[in-house]
Design a protein around this ligand. Structure first.
Ligand SMILES: Cc1ncc(COP(=O)(O)O)c(C=O)c1O
Length: 367
C-alpha cells in the first residue's frame, strides 16, 4: 500500500484511518448485502439502517435530547447562510451576528434579503485576529437569534465558550470546523450546523442539530426544499441525499465513540495544539496571527517574517511530507489544520521543521 503523509488541509481534511479502511470494504459489499454503499437505494432497507445508525451515533456522542432533530442537507454550510434567516427571521425582529471572518461575513451578507441585521460584535478592525467579548459585544433590543462562527477556519480563532444570547433569542452556531472537537451542550443552541468535510466526513453533506419547535414551520412562505422542517421530517431524505456522506459520517461518529467520545477528542486536540502553540510562544521568528485568548485548537495560523520565507517554508515542508500548510489567500502565511483525526506526531513533525527553518533563516531575516 502507498505511504500516507501528514495532511494539514483545512477541509476536505484527513479522516480516521480505521474509517477509511472500513469504507474500502464497504464500497464493495456493505453489511453482507452483496451491494456496495455507493450502489444502494436511499429508500432501501440497508440505507434505512445506515440512516438510523448515523443518527443514533450522533445523538449518543453528546446526549442529544428528543426535542432536537438530527438530520443532514446538501448545499454546504454556505447554503445555511440563507436558510437560517429565511426560516427564522420575522419582520418585527433583528438577527444579531458576530463578524469574525469570511464565513461569518458570508452569512451576514444574506440577512438583508429577509430582514434586519445587527452586527453585535466584530473583529474586522484587527483582521479578525480575536473573538469579541464583554464590552465589544452589543446586542440589538429584540433579536430573534444570535449567530456566530464557532471556529474561524481561515483566521485560526475560536469561541472558547458560546456567547450568551439575550432574552428569548436562540443561538445559531456555524460549527463547521470544530464540531465534536470538544464537549458541547446542544441544549444551549437553537440550531447547530456543520459542513462535514473537516471533523465529520466527506464534503457535500452538512449536519444539522435543531430544536424541533423552531423548525416545525418557517416564518414565511418558502419553497419546499428551503424548509428545514421538511428535511428533518424526512430524516435527511427529502430528496436523494449524499448517501456515501451519510454512511461515512456514521462511521466517523462510531469512531469518536470508540475512541472515548468528546472528552477524549478534547484532550487529544488540546495536546496537539499545545505542541505548536508552546513552540510559537517560546520563539520570535514565526509570527502567530490569532490573539492568545482567542486561539483555535483546530486551525493554527502563523507567518514567517516575509512572504518569500513563507513560500520557502512551505516548499521545505512539502519535501518532508507535510502537506496543505498554505494559508488562506485572505491572510496568507501558513495554516496548520489539525482536526480530530490528525495525529500528534504530525504536529511534532511540523515543529521540528519550524525549528530547522528558523535556525537556518533567522540571521537572514534579521539582516
Ligand atoms: C466555518 C465555515 N463555515 C462555512 C464554510 C463553507 O462550507 P462549504 O464550502 O461546505 O459551503 C466553511 C468552509 O471551510 C467553514 O470553514
Amino acid at each position: 500500500m502507498s505511504k500516507r503523509i501528514y495532511n494539514f488541509s483545512a477541509g476536505p481534511a484527513c479522516l480516521p484511518e480505521p474509517v477509511l479502511k472500513q469504507a474500502q470494504k464497504d464500497l464493495w459489499d456493505i453489511m453482507g448485502s452483496g451491494i456496495g454503499i455507493l450502489e444502494h437505494s436511499h429508500r432501501g432497507k440497508v440505507f434505512d439502517r445506515i440512516t438510523a445508525e448515523t443518527e443514533a451515533s450522533c445523538r449518543a456522542i453528546t446526549n442529544i435530547p428528543d426535542d432536537y432533530a438530527v438530520f443532514w442537507m446538501q448545499g454546504g454550510a454556505t447554503s445555511q447562510c440563507y436558510f437560517v434567516p429565511a426560516n427564522f427571521l420575522t419582520p418585527d425582529r433583528t438577527a444579531d451576528y458576530f463578524e469574525t471572518g469570511k464565513w461569518a461575513q458570508d452569512s451576514i451578507k444574506e440577512v438583508p434579503l429577509y430582514g434586519k441585521l445587527n452586527v453585535c460584535g466584530s473583529s474586522k478592525d484587527k483582521n479578525f485576529s480575536y473573538i469579541p467579548t464583554g464590552s465589544q459585544v452589543s446586542y440589538s433590543d429584540n433579536p430573534a437569534y444570535v449567530q456566530f462562527t464557532a471556529n474561524n477556519t481561515i483566521m485560526g480563532t475560536e469561541f472558547q465558550t458560546e456567547p450568551d444570547a439575550p432574552g428569548d433569542a436562540f443561538l445559531v452556531s456555524d460549527a463547521s470546523s470544530n464540531i465534536f472537537s470538544r464537549p458541547i451542550d446542544v441544549t444551549k443552541f437553537g440550531l447547530i450546523y456543520a459542513g462535514a468535510q473537516k471533523n465529520l466526513g466527506p464534503s457535500g453533506i452538512t449536519l444539522l442539530i435543531a430544536r424541533k419547535d423552531l423548525i416545525e414551520k418557517p416564518v414565511r412562505e418558502l419553497p419546499q426544499m428551503m424548509q428545514f422542517g421538511n428535511h428533518a421530517k424526512k430524516e435527511g431524505r427529502f430528496n436523494t441525499p449524499n448517501t456515501f456522506g451519510v454512511y461515512l459520517m456514521g462511521e466517523v461518529f462510531k469512531w469518536i465513540l470508540a475512541e472515548g467520545g468528546l472528552d477524549a477528542m478534547r484532550d487529544r486536540n488540546e495536546a496537539k495544539a499545545a505542541v505548536l502553540y508552546d513552540f510559537l510562544d517560546a520563539q520570535d521568528f514565526f509570527i502567530p496571527h490569532a490573539e492568545k485568548a482567542s486561539r483555535s485548537t483546530m486551525n493554527i495560523t502563523f507567518k514567517c517574517p516575509t512572504p518569500e520565507l513563507d513560500a520557502a517554508f512551505i516548499e521545505g515542508a512539502e519535501k518532508k511530507g507535510l502537506d496543505g500548510l498554505t494559508g488562506h489567500r485572505q491572510i496568507q502565511g501558513m495554516r496548520a489544520s489539525m482536526y480530530n483525526a490528525f495525529p500528534k506526531a504530525g504536529a511534532e513533525a511540523l515543529v521540528a521543521h519550524m525549528k530547522d527553518f528558523a535556525r537556518e533563516h533567522a540571521a537572514a531575516a534579521k539582516a
